[in-house]
Design a binder for this molecule. Structure first.
Ligand code: XMP
Length: 602
């Protein structure tokens, strides 16, 4: 059963179901995503239903369907894109199949102004992307908007409160898209949704689910586990909760201290910090392959956790259950949306954990929330702003940002000798770097070289640089990244120093990372940059020297990203301060978008 008074998004497989659900919550209504086939019986309590878009054609065999009985529930329904076509077909209208016939911004003309379009201008721009098209209205419907290529771009049956819209109201390119969603949400009369209500609701739920047990939680330092741990402490009291933070030696500067201080301020004194850094560095000795590094870090983490929890007598058989900081998108990615395009299993949902969940031995107090809601809750609970709004940080920590090599790459030697295709089309001095990194090109992940561009104004990014960041990987099979050298103005020979992850290298990267964070905050860029990896490379301008790569990106979901262009003066300060670190002699700025480069370097 869905929560009473909520707005339900039936997911037909588009990528936007989460975006719609999150927007609806921002509009003050509780939203839930359900698979499209959810029986109408389970949707009875909903205040409104939104049928999402989806990549398929209603004509395709096996294309996603909804239970036609939802049309009889008397609940307002808004169909978007595929949802609009499904609605038309299910109610006896006509859908005509076709190849992509309208894509991009188009001008929309309103023919009528039903409630959800009230107050909008008679023409505005909307984002279209469709092949199939509704060509015959179902009985009781009228056309509300048309575009030059699509007569029934929107339709309405105001009496039954049913609305079909072909264009994407959820993307920012569509003018007034959010107003339409707001008007639909309002006419559904949902039960109002506020964070305060959530805390009351979830507190009762925690007490009920935990019963007489106690809760043990791994706290990583990330936002989700920190907020979940704080909430559990608040609801159950510190005697019934224990936390374990494993210090891997690969965390950021002062990270452990800051978390301990934040908890201490709230009177939460039940977090055990296990400094296992030596064990991690020992196990990582000689390991240079990126995947192998991740495996060693993951396994060492499990070993430490098992050892410490046994010694603290935190076993399930002793009456403890496991707490996790799982959030709503983590649960949905795993199959909650059967038709979602990008399905991956989140680590909080692997088989062993699922068995515990089925046995009622896992409590996940944030599993109904989106990240922005978790952050709001964190602030309400009294956690510091900087901690709650920190950028995402990968589980293996600095481990995936310390590039390792045990030999000099024979394809470049030490001086970037790799011959690249279309060399004449690169109009600025450059060097192919003696190291490879991960990228995403076409369907797969690539493991290729980066090139560095040089300029008389080393910290000034100009249009030629950004143009080359796209054209060079496109035109050269060997290259997936383009950097700008911010510390030198002329190409030079680089010298590789083979090595794996050591405590010294982690310390050096930690310092560079801390400088970047400080300067990013000082320049008020934290909210504009989505993530800012700082990467240590095993080569420099002289023997034993190493380099730092700055990788600021703008993104919304990490699936795609754009290099964020930092202004010259800030780059100059960061570069100068990093060059003052002993052991670093070169600094680069990564200009590559994703694709073709991934956010992280390995
Ligand atoms: P990529 O590099 O694939 O990264 O563009 C996308 C997002 O995932 C994060 N990331 C990781 N997170 N363990 C994690 O917990 C990992 O091994 C890992 N690798 C990448 C990355 O920081 C970015 O936010």
């Amino acid at each position: 059963m869905v929560q009473k008074g909520s707005i339900v998004i039936l997911d037909f497989g588009g990528q936007y179901a989460h975006l719609i659900a999150n927007r609806v919550r921002r509009l003050g209504a509780y939203s839930e995503i359900r698979v499209s086939e959810t029986p109408a019986q389970e949707l009875k309590g909903a205040a409104g239903i939104i049928l999402s878009g989806g990549p398929q054609s209603v004509y395709e065999k096996g294309s996603p369907q909804a239970d036609p009985a939802i049309l009889e529930l008397g609940i307002p329904i808004l169909g978007l894109c595929y949802g609009h076509q499904w609605l038309a077909q299910a109610l006896g209208g006509k859908v005509t199949p076709g190849k992509i016939k309208e894509y991009g911004l188009t001008s929309l003309a309103l023919k009528k102004t039903p409630k959800i379009f009230a107050g909008l201008p008679l023409t505005f721009n909307a984002w279209m992307s469709h092949g199939d098209e509704v060509t015959g209205l179902p009985p009781g419907f009228e056309i509300t908007a048309s575009s030059p290529a699509c007569e029934i771009a929107a339709m309405v049956d105001e009496k039954r409160k049913m609305y079909g819209i072909q264009f994407h109201i959820e993307v920012t390119h569509t003018e007034h898209g959010m107003e339409i969603l707001e008007k639909f949400t309002t006419l559904c009369k949902p039960i109002p949704w506020k964070m305060g209500n959530f805390v009351d609701h979830i507190s009762k739920q925690i007490i009920e689910d935990v019963g007489a047990k106690n809760v043990f939680m791994l706290v990583s330092g990330g936002v989700d586990s920190t907020v979940a741990f704080t909430l559990l402490n608040k609801v159950l009291g510190i005697d019934r909760v224990r936390g374990l933070l494993v210090d891997t030696g690969l965390m950021r500067k002062n990270e452990v201290k800051d978390i301990q201080a934040a908890f201490a301020k709230l009177g939460i004194a039940n977090l055990h910090v296990e400094d296992a850094s030596e064990e991690f560095f020992k196990n990582l000795q000689g390991v240079t392959d990126p995947e192998q590094k991740r495996k060693v870090i993951g396994q060492t983490f499990l070993d430490v956790q098992a050892r410490v929890s046994a010694s603290m007598k935190l076993r399930l058989e002793d009456g403890w259950m496991l707490g996790q900081g799982t959030i709503y998108p983590d649960t949905i990615e795993t199959g909650g949306t059967k038709h979602a395009d990008h399905i991956k299993t989140h680590h909080n949902r692997v088989a062993a954990i699922q068995t515990l969940i089925d046995a009622g031995l896992v409590i996940e107090p944030l599993k109904e929330l989106y990240k922005d809601e978790v952050r709001m809750l964190g602030e309400d609970l009294g956690l510091p702003h900087e901690l709650v709004w920190r950028h995402p940080f990968p589980g293996p920590g600095l481990g995936v940002r310390i590039l390792c090599t045990h030999e000099i790459d024979p394809s470049t030697g030490s001086g970037g000798k790799l011959k690249i295709e279309n060399d004449s089309t690169i109009p600025v001095p450059y060097v192919v770097l003696p190291v490879r990194s991960v990228g995403v090109q076409g369907d797969g992940r690539t493991y290729r070289h980066a090139i560095a561009l040089f300029s008389h104004h080393p910290c000034k990014v100009v249009a030629t640089h950004t143009m080359l960041a796209t054209s060079v990987p496109n035109g050269n099979r060997e290259i997936n990244r383009v950097l700008l050298c911010t510390s030198h103005d002329k190409p030079m020979e680089f010298v590789v120093t083979p090595g794996s992850i050591t405590s010294d290298r982690a310390d050096l990267l930690r310092e560079a990372d801390a400088i970047v964070n400080e300067e990013m905050r000082a320049a008020d860029l934290e909210g504009k940059i989505w993530q800012f990896p700082v990467v240590l490379l095993p080569f420099g301008s002289k023997k034993g020297g190493q380099s730092i790569v700055l990788r600021p990106i703008a993104s919304t979901d990490a699936m795609t990203a754009n290099a964020y262009l930092i202004e010259e003066s800030v780059l100059q300060t960061i570069t100068r301060r990093i060059l003052a670190l002993k052991g670093i002699d070169t600094v680069f700025l990564d200009l590559t978008n994703k694709p073709p480069g991934t956010i992280e370097w390995e």
